[in-house]
Design a protein around this ligand. Structure first.
Ligand code: AMP
Ligand code: ZN
Length: 124
């Protein structure tokens, strides 16, 4: 029981093999665009649309379900930041997406919101 609790706590801090944890720690470079106390935003390395941003919690949660159940306040902060950045980078038309589970296309098991749009603010 105690071991299980300790493991859960460890999961929520960092995972040694997690790419997004390494971006948070600075061990891997990323095109960072903004941060808040508990979130970090950067450009997707393989953009699927003109605007493709990722917003992640700084702590490790495997997906949005775990984030929502463990830290709803951080999820709220992440949603506020994602919609703020979407307003700043697009003309107001955008998609906000959480791929959850491998069958839904999740490839990195550190919760993240995709901000996707072909309607960039400056029209470029
Ligand atoms: P998902 O498929 O929802 O798990 O999304 C993971 C996203 O992370 C993909 O769109 C990848 O292109 C993106 N990605 C993977 N590695 C990096 C990286 N080092 N920096 C920025 N984005 C990345
Ligand atoms: Zn992680």
């Amino acid at each position: 029981m105690e071991l299980g609790l300790a493991k859960t706590r460890l999961n929520h801090m960092t995972e040694a093999s997690c790419i997004f944890c390494k971006i948070v720690s600075g061990d891997i470079a990323a095109d960072k665009i903004a941060e808040t106390a508990n979130t970090l935003a950067f450009r997707d390395i393989a953009p699927l649309s003109k605007v493709h941003l990722l917003v992640i919690p700084k702590k490790h949660y495997k997906d949005v379900v775990e984030l929502s159940e463990s830290s709803p306040a951080v999820l709220g902060e992440l949603m506020s930041q994602a919609t703020k950045l979407a307003q700043e980078h697009t003309n107001g038309s955008f998609k906000l997406q959480f791929n959850t589970g491998s069958e839904a296309g999740q490839t990195i098991f550190h919760a993240h919101a995709h901000v996707l749009s072909d309607n960039s603010k400056d029209g470029s």
